[in-house]
Design a protein around this ligand. Structure first.
Ligand code: BDP
Length: 721
């Protein structure tokens, strides 16, 4: 009896330990930089035999960061204390450095290979030295070394072979930034993961350790800049008081290759400078910007520059003085130029009651081509309206031949269910980057922003951040994937978002194929699901105005027509959709042939953009054989089904990862399912009032009336969830 009890006890203990191993509590703080011990014994031994020591012969704050990271990573993954030494150990080692800083690296004959990559690039190569096989991480600069270290650790985290390794990698885009829409009071515009990371009231004295982890995360995916404050900019960020605080943040970021930028308010010369004008052609104003910029560089010697939202959604700008956008941008560019700083001038400019909002940025900026200084980059959102779940690519990509043009993507899920919904945005980013502009024959949007089409001397890409002070940084555990994929694509836009998802899952959750395969499948479909239950077939902006979470396709009578839903969908008894052909706004003319021709014709417009470009009759026969009305209903129902399938997928992986994150995602998927049904029912019932056609019998009937859904608009999104 006693014996059996003992056996049971031992068994319980054993199971307990196993359970603990699998379900070790995870709060998501470590993001994708978890360096837990590799549990696959063979692989572990292989790695251990391939990396006896780390050899570093040089020093600098960035090399120090690389050293700390590689040690932290290897100690964790290999579960040993890896020696870091200035000379080879006699075994197989990992040799890290630049030819200028390390004689060892200089002796390895990597010159030709290093010449072939740019300053931020790196090589990871296997090399023989005195009969031993070593792995070398080499770069032209210290920051390249750090990027190489992160790339190497990523391979180990993803259990990839390192035998015979040979990698050359360099960023294709120069400025790779996160734009934080963070206010100085720490609220975050369109932020759904808590308060701003920047603790302004404690700076510069207290530098939260979180700033280092933020910098590590960014450096690990190649992000090299952060705009600290909201584009709807508080001019006080430019006062000395805040410069001191921002300088403290910049000091923390510097070793990680991250430059600090500010959103600048165009009226700063008036609001904080005491001038009576902000006219960019006024000599006093020009002098003010010069002095202000000089002052900034005293505090932050490697300051990156300004991001500016001007004459848009109530922000001041040069038009207030009858000056052009270029004149506005150049006054700041002129001040920044001697210091090497840049201006990212947003093309997100549109007037109330003007022409089709989708046309306005192109119409405003194309005539200014060539008028911007060469350290200005015009920053263009991925689509012509505003970060909708699906838009065609912005026609400004490829239209500016003599003006640097960069892209702005949204990582925060303003139109994608905030941090409540799972939407992997990699496929959205990939879709726009891969679109052919035909600016100079076939060639993608990515090539334009890489500067390969028109030889831009400054290139850039920015993502509106989804970070906040939530313990897991992004609210939804899968929100981290959007930060990750943004950085990876910014480094190299030709990568596949699916491969990046694969890396992310392995690093963030597990290398267990039983988990990876279904979860990757779920991620890859999640953006499309979000499109279908919200705005299928090229519809846009059907959300509740202001907050943008739930559906309100009936919205009209707002102060600005282009802030209403009816402006975008134009449903009537004949059909639905925005006619952007010659019979409508003719926005299609802004695209190059053959894209223009394709979008102009109903027949050749892809279903997914149909109602973006055409007003289509309800009985129009779609490619599927369904009528437009039936197809619209089908898409909405399909969107909900896809979310239900995501739930099933998630249920099927229970036990394969930690309980904490598993349950978190499960609960959020429940909310997402409820919301998807809400979107579907509200939209289908509303559009039915125009189509006057039935919801086919095979579909579940909406649980409530249209009136019910209309009322939900007036409760806060967090009340009815
Ligand atoms: C819109 C957001 C608004 C931003 C604006 C922008 O709703 O909060 O200020 O974009 O990009 O989508 O300036």
């Amino acid at each position: 009896m006693i014996k059996t009890r003992k056996i049971f006890l031992l068994l319980f203990l054993f199971l307990g330990i196993i359970g603990l191993q699998i379900t070790k509590a995870e709060n998501g703080y470590r993001l994708w930089l978890r360096y837990d011990k590799i549990t696959n014994k063979t692989l572990l031994n292989e790695y251990r035999s391939q990396i006896g020591a780390v050899v570093i012969q040089q020093d600098s704050p960035t090399i120090e960061a690389a050293k700390n990271e590689i040690k932290r990573g290897l100690d964790g993954l290999l579960d040993i204390s890896i020696p870091v030494r200035p000379s080879v150990s006699g075994n197989s080692d990992l040799i890290i450095g630049t030819p200028n800083g390390s004689d060892l690296i200089a002796s390895l004959h990597l010159d030709a290979q290093l010449r072939a990559i740019n300053d931020e690039g790196f090589l990871i190569e296997q090399k023989e030295l005195d009969g031993k096989t070593h792995i070398v991480i080499a770069a032209n600069s210290d920051i390249g070394v750090l990027y190489g270290v992160f790339a190497f650790l990523r391979r180990l985290q993803a259990h990839k072979k390192i035998k015979g390794i040979s990698i050359q990698s360099e960023p294709q885009i120069k400025h790779r930034l996160l734009d934080h829409w963070d206010n100085l009071d720490r609220t975050v515009e369109r932020g759904y993961a808590g308060l701003s990371l920047w603790q302004w009231s404690k700076l510069p004295e207290y530098k939260s350790p979180r700033y280092v982890d933020y910098a590590r995360a960014n450096a690990s995916i190649g992000i090299n800049g952060a705009v600290l404050n909201n584009v709807n900019a508080d001019p006080r960020i430019l006062t000395e008081q805040f410069l001191k605080k921002a300088a403290a943040i910049a000091d923390v970021f510097r070793p990680y290759g991250i430059k600090v930028y500010f959103s600048a308010n165009f009226y700063a010369p008036k609001r904080i400078g005491g001038l009576d004008t902000a006219d960019p052609m006024d000599p006093k104003v020009r002098k003010w910007w010069k002095q202000k910029v000089n002052q900034i560089y005293k505090y932050i010697p490697d300051f990156g520059g300004f991001l500016v939202k001007a004459n848009s959604e109530g922000q001041p700008g040069p038009a207030d003085y009858n000056r052009t956008q270029a004149q506005g941008a150049n006054v700041m560019a002129e001040a920044l130029k001697p210091h090497g700083g840049i201006v990212m001038w947003r093309a997100f400019v549109y007037n109330a009651g003007g022409e089709d909002r989708a046309k306005q940025a192109y119409d405003k900026f194309v005539p200014l081509d060539g008028k911007f200084d060469d350290n200005v980059i015009v920053q263009v959102k991925n689509g012509p309206i505003d970060f909708q779940p699906r838009e065609p690519f912005h026609p400004l990509f490829g239209a500016l031949k003599r003006t640097n043009t960069m892209m702005e993507l949204q990582i925060t899920q303003e139109y994608f269910g905030f941090s409540n919904h799972l939407a992997y945005l990699g496929p959205l980013y990939e879709e726009v980057l891969d679109s052919d502009t035909y600016a100079k024959g076939k060639g993608s949007v990515a090539k334009v922003i890489e500067g390969q089409v028109y030889n831009y001397n400054q290139t850039g890409i920015a993502g509106v951040a989804n970070t906040g002070n939530d313990i897991n940084w992004t609210g939804h555990p899968f929100g981290q994937a959007n930060w990750f994929v943004f950085g990876r694509l910014a480094w190299d836009p030709t990568q596949s978002s699916e491969d990046i998802a694969d890396d992310w899952i392995r690093m963030t959750f597990t290398n267990n194929e039983k988990f990876i395969k279904p979860v990757k499948g779920m991620m890859m479909k999640s953006r499309e699901a979000g499109v279908k239950y919200r705005e299928p077939l090229g519809l846009a902006h059907l959300c509740i105005q202001g907050q943008h979470y739930g559906p309100a396709p009936w919205t009209k009578d707002m102060p600005r027509p282009d802030w209403t839903a009816v402006y975008y969908h134009r449903a009537d008894s004949v059909g639905i959709g925005f006619d952007r052909t010659q019979t409508g706004s003719n926005a299609v003319e802004q695209y190059n042939q053959p894209i223009e021709g394709k979008f102009r014709q109903l027949k050749s417009t892809p279903d997914k953009l149909l109602l973006w470009f055409h007003h289509v009759p309800w009985d129009y026969k779609m490619n599927s054989g369904r009528t437009l009305w039936q197809e619209l209903v089908h898409q909405y129902y399909k969107g909900v089904d896809m979310v239900r399938n995501m739930q099933k997928t998630w249920d099927s992986v229970e036990g394969l990862i930690d309980e904490e994150r598993y349950q978190h995602v499960k609960a959020l998927l429940k909310i997402q399912e409820k919301d998807a049904v809400w979107w579907r029912n509200a939209c289908v019932l509303y559009f039915q009032t125009f189509s006057n056609r039935p919801i086919p019998d095979q579909y579940e009937k909406p649980a409530h009336t249209l009136e019910y859904y209309k009322k939900l608009e007036h409760t806060k999104y967090y009340e009815h969830n």
